[in-house]
Design a protein around this ligand. Structure first.
Ligand SMILES: [Zn+2]
Length: 371
C-alpha cells in the first residue's frame, strides 16, 4: 500500500515535483472538519499554557471551519517541509528524489535509491523529525515573541503542537517511519543489512500492535489505521530488502526471457488476434522490416480495432532495457510501468529479450529463501 499517481502541483520545490494522491482530496476536508470541531477544546488547552484566546469569537459562525481549513493546510505544508528535509539530505549523498507525495497518512519522499554509505540512511531519516521539531519551536517562538492574537494565533499554536507531534510520532522505532529507518541503519552497522531489516521489521510489528491497542483503548480510529499500515509496511520493507539482495549483482540478461516472439509491423490485425490461440502472451514486441523495435502491441487492443487495419494502428511505445543493465534499476522501471514488461534491445535497437514481472517473480521464488 503506497500512494499512487496523483495530481501534480504546477510547481517544483527545490527542483522536486510534488503530487497529491487522490486520498488527499478526502483527508484535507476531513482534517479541516476534525480541527474545526476541536477549536473550543484546543483554545481551552492553550489557555493553560498561557496563550489566552477569545474562545467565543473563535467558535462563532463559520470561524471554526476557516480555522480548521487554515490549520489543515498549514499541517500539510509542514509535512512537505519535513519531506524536503529528507530530500535535501539524500541529495548530499548523491541520491535524488523522484517525487514528494501527500496522501492520507502524510507525506512520502520517493528517493531514487537509498544512500549506500554506512549510516547514511539514519542521517537522511533523522533530519525529518529534526525539521518538524524545528518548525514546532519556530511557531511556538513566533507566538510568544509577536504576541499573536485571535484566529492567527490559534493556527500558529496548532501548528506548533502538531509539528512537535509529527517529530515524536516519526521517531517511533517502526519501519517505514523515520525512527524505524534510523534503527535499521544503526543495526546494519553491526550486522548484514538484510538481518538488520528483519530485526527492525520484527520490532516494527511489536510497535504497531502496541500503537493499535493504544488507539483502540483511547477510541482514536486514525491511530488504529496507522497501526495497521505500519504493521504491513514493516513486513513489506523486509520483503523489499530480501528482493534487493537477490537483484544485487545481476543484470537484465541473466533474468530476461531471451529471443521472444516478435510480430511484424505490417501484420494484419486478424492474423495478430489468432496468436491468442497458441501463445499465452498478452502483448508482443513489434518490429519493422529491418528488425528494429517499433513498439508493443496488446492482443486486447486488437479486438477493438478494424479487421483490415494494419498492426501499426494499435502499436504503443514500448519501455526498453539493455541486456547489460543493472537488474535493480530495470525492476524499478518495471514496477512503475503500465505494460508490466520491458523490451530488451541491443545497441541496434533489435529485440533480444523480454523482462516481465513474471520473470522477476520467478527469480524471487527461486532465490529468496524464506526466513
Ligand atoms: Zn520523515
Amino acid at each position: 500500500m503506497m500512494p499512487g499517481r496523483g495530481w501534480r502541483l504546477p510547481f517544483r520545490l527545490l527542483g522536486i515535483p510534488v503530487s497529491l494522491d487522490p486520498t488527499f482530496a478526502l483527508v484535507l476536508p476531513l482534517f479541516a472538519w476534525l480541527i474545526a470541531n476541536q477549536v473550543g477544546a484546543f483554545a481551552t488547552l492553550l489557555a493553560q499554557v498561557g496563550v489566552v484566546l477569545d474562545v467565543d469569537a473563535l467558535t462563532t459562525g463559520y470561524t471554526p471551519y476557516y480555522l480548521g481549513l487554515a490549520s489543515a493546510l498549514g499541517l500539510f505544508a509542514s509535512v512537505v517541509v519535513h519531506e524536503l528535509g529528507h530530500a535535501v539530505t539524500a541529495r548530499m549523498y548523491g541520491v535524488q528524489t523522484k517525487m514528494i507525495t501527500l496522501w492520507f497518512l502524510g507525506g512520502v519522499a520517493q528517493l531514487e535509491d537509498m544512500p549506500r554509505a554506512r549510516g547514511a540512511e539514519a542521517v537522511v531519516a533523522i533530519v525529518g523529525p529534526i525539521v518538524s521539531g524545528a518548525l514546532s519551536f519556530l511557531f511556538a517562538g513566533a507566538l510568544q515573541l509577536f504576541g499573536l492574537q485571535g484566529g492567527f494565533a490559534f493556527v500558529i499554536a496548532y501548528l506548533a503542537l502538531m509539528n512537535a507531534g509529527l517529530a515524536i510520532f516519526n521517531l517511533l522505532p517502526a519501519l517505514p517511519l523515520d525512527g524505524g529507518r534510523v534503527l535499521r541503519s544503526l543495526l546494519a552497522m553491526a550486522m548484514e543489512r538484510e538481518r538488520a531489516t528483519v530485526i527492525a521489521g520484527n520490532i516494527s510489528r511489536v510497535v504497531a500492535v502496541l500503537l493499535g491497542i493504544y488507539g483502540i483503548l483511547t477510541f482514536q480510529l486514525f491511530l488504529v489505521i496507522i497501526a495497521f499500515f505500519v504493521f504491513n509496511a514493516g513486513q513489506a520493507e523486509v520483503y523489499a530488502e530480501r528482493a534487493r539482495q537477490v537483484f544485487e549483482g545481476r543484470r537484465v540478461a541473466d533474468v530476461m526471457t531471451a529471443d521472444p516472439v516478435t510480430v511484424d509491423l505490417d501484420m494484419p490485425l486478424l492474423q495478430f488476434r489468432q496468436l491468442r490461440a497458441f501463445k499465452p502472451h498478452p502483448c508482443y514486441p513489434v518490429v519493422d522490416a529491418d528488425g528494429v523495435l517499433a513498439g508493443l502491441a496488446r492482443i486486447d487492443d486488437a479486438d477493438k480495432a478494424d479487421d483490415d487495419a494494419p498492426l501499426s494502428t494499435i502499436v504503443k511505445q514500448a519501455e526498453t532495457a539493455r541486456p547489460g543493465e543493472d537488474l535493480q534499476r530495470a525492476v524499478q522501471r518495471l514496477a512503475g510501468g503500465e505494460a508490466g514488461r520491458l523490451v530488451v534491445v541491443d545497441r541496434d535497437e533489435r529485440v533480444v529479450g523480454i523482462l516481465s514481472r513474471t520473470d522477476v517473480v520467478r527469480l524471487l521464488q527461486n532465490e529468496a529463501a524464506p526466513a
